[in-house]
Design a protein around this ligand. Sequence first.
Ligand SMILES: *Cc1c(COP(=O)(O)O)cnc(C)c1O
Length: 394
Amino acid sequence: MKSYHADKDGFYGSFGGAFIPEMLYPNVAGLKSRYLEIIESPGFQKEFRNLLRHYVGRPTPLYYAGRLSEKYGCRIYLKREDLCHTGAHKVNNTIGQILLAQKLGKKRIIAETGAGQHGVATATVCALMGLPCIVYMGEVDIARQAPNVARMKLLGAEVRAALSGSRTLKDVTNEAIRDWINNPEDTHYIIGSVVGPHPYPDMVARFQSVISEEIQAQLRELEGRDAPDYVIACVGGGSNAAGAYYHYLDREEVGIIAVEAAGRGIHSGESAATSALGRTGIIHGSKTLLMQTDDGQITEPYSISAGLDYPGIGPMHAHLYTSGRGEFHSITDEEAMEAGRELAALEGIIPAIETSHAFAVLKNRPFRPEDILVFNLSGRGDKDLQTYIDFFDL
Ligand SMILES: *Cc1c(COP(=O)(O)O)cnc(C)c1O
């Protein structure tokens, strides 16, 4: 049977794999040889499920959005990842990886972060487990994301500035990788999305797959069937989307809709619409679609939402795009902000601006009255309040 999951070498069609420098081989090979056996073991699953329930607050509700449904003439459900501890889905993955790190006997955690959301989710679980945490962050982002830097420090993490290059995410990744190469024995590197070399995309997708596992059970209870007609999610690297799609990937009757950030417009030169603009290349050790110049230099992405301005997408999504299994949309800053405001006004839920992009799809294509849609509400908008204030002059 055709499958949209990773094969044993981490390939999704022709995308994925592990294209890494030789010095990183021992680290990645160690992880690759043990991750499945560990995370599928009953002991691990018990601890993971326990923390998801009592620490993260799972299962998150699947909420029927009546006023939004009425406005768009279809049946709309919201999967409330915004209600997770720390305000977004990212903690599902960091909980999984910190438990894995413990099983591997690691004593020290490193991570890199752009907007700071993944840094906060990592610092959170390090505090929970009492492990030292070093978060690499670009100098520019440290200045731009001061509240998240403060959160990480309060949680006991050390925030290290990357000083090389353009001092944003891609240079920071290089510094984190250098650290990992120098500390192969005692350190685990927590990657925050379905990106990076195999086994990261598959591993992160498995940790996030609790989202669609819960949707199945909740929809069965609410609608008498376990699958919607469409699952819709925003895509930065692609982890919240991967979790929401996971159990529906190989069920072709379920439509998969992915929403990327078009920034100021796909052809404005300021966007993060990777599927529309990207070509195949290697980023962070993975073969995938990425935005690059003619001579292969990675292009600096832009979006009003810091969580979506990644120049690539995970290999699962690159495959969903090129195979036609997924339907991809690009949404501008303005369309996203309006969609966020609409959700707040109609449902009393202020979404993260990343998530707002997904809702803008409702204006971009029609749905039938009987269609059941599930939106993955990846995060809450508290962190974005100043951006909403500035944009709408509130
Ligand atoms: C980080 C983030 C995203 C984007 O990351 P994915 O890996 O694509 O999910 C989306 N929404 C929120 C709220 C985020 O914090």
